[in-house]
Design a protein around this ligand. Structure first.
Ligand code: AMP
Ligand code: MG
Length: 334
């Protein structure tokens, strides 16, 4: 049975379970994560099987700060330190060459490791109490909608033995930016709240973005269908929303209400608010009686290309595109 606990006793209980190699779920500022001691290969394997995650999709290791990160990498570079000084704790994941302290299962056998220091007091308290880094893939069955509340996690893993730490609704709401520092040019593998422009400013050199739809297998989590409700989910133009009937759960930033749709999630107009609420709206659509979900295309902004708002909308659109990929049935959360 899943069990949601809160307060200091939840952290004590979670640390005890981590010590036994059992998975737990914990809040971060991006989405909820499924945690295991990153140095315990058997425990990490249990995370892969609980999520149904392909073994070739590496995990992000969560640390309490650069000191803990240093032990996980071959060399903690000046650029890594600069970025950590600016963006940690926060939603930036750094990919670096791994040291021998990281079991191969964590990195899917690869020579690099992805590391981040989360900006959520509970996540930090958990890592500090354990005194070790914690892997933390999103706490959902692989491919399904990411969780931004403890209830979303429970919905994904109902019936499984899992302790979930209550930490309220996630403040950022979409996954971290993943930045590869192992090639000649710093390269964004997954778009997120922290933009290439912000990173380039800190590093004082250009940052490349891996095309998010080019089928490049460097960061498997960004490929094809992902973040998906089990109902057919369609990306719709603003003009076509009026055609929504009772079979439709509508997620829209432009409408205040709707008479015709079977369910409705009004969304914030600003991208930060939209990102925070997106997965909750998708979970609500999944729970509703509607048989399909329509998501309105993000607004055309007047912002200049490269400006913070337009970059965040691009990160949101990347999630929407994958959520609206033809769905793959996922038996684990049925
Ligand atoms: P999530 O499952 O939501 O935690 O996403 C983790 C993301 O980080 C996925 O897109 C992974 O492919 C990516 N990732 C983790 N480790 C690495 C690595 N060593 N190199 C490249 N991408 C990685
Ligand atoms: Mg995920």
């Amino acid at each position: 049975m899943t069990e949601i606990l809160e307060g200091p006793e939840a952290i004590v209980a979670a640390v005890a379970r981590l010590g036994l190699g059992e998975p737990i779920a914990f809040p971060t500022e991006t989405v909820y994560g499924l945690g295991a001691d990153a140095t315990d290969a058997d425990a990490v394997e249990r995370i892969f099987s609980l999520k149904g995650r392909p073994a070739n999709n590496p995990l992000i290791v969560h640390v309490s700060g650069p000191e803990m990160a240093d032990d996980l990498v071959e060399s903690w570079t000046d650029e890594a330190q600069k970025l950590a000084d600016t963006f940690w704790p926060g939603s930036l994941t750094l990919v670096l060459s791994k040291s021998g302290s990281v079991p191969d299962v964590v990195t899917a056998g690869g020579a690099t490791v992805a590391i981040r220091c989360p900006a959520h007091p509970i996540a930090l308290a958990l890592i500090e109490s354990l005194g070790k880094p914690i892997v933390g893939p999103s706490a959902n069955p692989s491919g399904w909608i990411s969780p931004t509340t403890a209830d979303h996690v429970a919905r994904g893993f109902g019936g499984k033995d899992l302790l979930i730490i209550e930490g309220g609704a996630c403040r950022a709401g979409i996954e971290s930016t993943v930045l590869d520092l192992t090639s000649d040019e710093p390269t964004i593998l997954r778009l997120g709240v922290i933009s290439h422009a912000q990173i380039a400013k800190v590093l004082g050199r250009p940052v490349h973005i891996t095309p998010q739809d080019a089928g490049v297998a460097r960061s498997p989590g960004v490929l094809g269908a992902h973040y998906q409700p089990s109902k057919p989910t369609l990306l719709k133009s603003t003009g076509s929303l009026k055609d929504a009937d009772k079979s439709v759960y509508l997620i829209s930033w432009s409408l205040k209400n709707t008479e015709s749709a079977g369910g409705f999630a009004p969304m914030p107009h600003d991208p930060a608010g939209y990102a925070r609420d997106l997965y909750r709206a998708m979970h609500d659509g999944e729970l509703s009686d509607a048989s399909q979900i329509w998501i309105e295309q993000p607004p055309e902004t007047d912002d200049e290309e490269g400006d913070a708002n337009s970059l965040l909308w691009a990160a949101i659109l990347e999630r929407l595109t994958r959520a609206c990929h033809p769905p793959t049935p996922n038996p684990t959360h049925k």
